[in-house]
Ligand binder design. Structure first.
Ligand code: RP5
Length: 163
């Protein structure tokens, strides 16, 4: 298995990590090498820009950008790379709605794909990254099919406690 990271998870603060762990756990489950960094669009702007600009050259194929509040991190990353950038809004003083809107309302020209607020978004961003990687890797594609199949079996096995 390749050890060069294929996915870069970037978050604006280590306070985002408890949520972003779900992305890391998902990538690990699929055997996708990843790296995770704390880089802020406003606290460490030069480093965030450098990270995005150098990502493709280091073998990264997908970036996940997570931030809360005025959540411009994913857009800033996307400004410096043509890699797909998956944006995950973090919870905030406004329950993450401000984060969601600032990510989803990117002006035309620099896209980011925006996911749900919080842990579901982190999980789905990772699954989406796996889908992107699966386009070029049959083994990863087979793992996705197996994941869906196991998920389906779990749902169908549910029983309800009828009165
Ligand atoms: C954003 O501000 C971070 O992504 C985080 O979601 C939020 C709060 O950061 P901390 O004040 O907890 O470091 O930049």
């Amino acid at each position: 298995m390749a050890t060069t990271p294929l996915v870069g998870i970037v978050m604006g603060s280590d306070s985002d990590w408890p949520v972003l762990r779900a992305a890391a756990e998902t990538l690990k489950e699929f055997g996708i090498p990843y790296e995770a960094r704390v880089l802020s669009a406003h606290r460490t702007p030069d480093e965030a820009l450098d990270y995005a600009a150098s990502a493709a050259g280091r073998g990264i194929q997908v970036l996940i950008g997570a931030a809360g509040g005025a959540a411009h991190l994913a857009g800033v990353l996307a400004a410096k790379t043509t890699l797909p950038v998956l944006a995950v809004p973090m919870d905030s003083a406004l329950q993450g709605l401000d984060s969601l809107l600032s990510m989803v309302q990117m002006p035309g020209g620099i896209p980011v794909a925006t996911f749900a607020i919080g842990k579901a978004g982190a999980t789905n961003a990772a699954l989406f990254a796996v889908s992107i990687l699966a386009l070029q890797d049959a083994g990863t594609a087979a793992k996705l099919v197996d994941f869906r199949s196991r998920q389906k079996a779990k749902v169908l096995a549910k029983t309800l406690d009828l009165p």
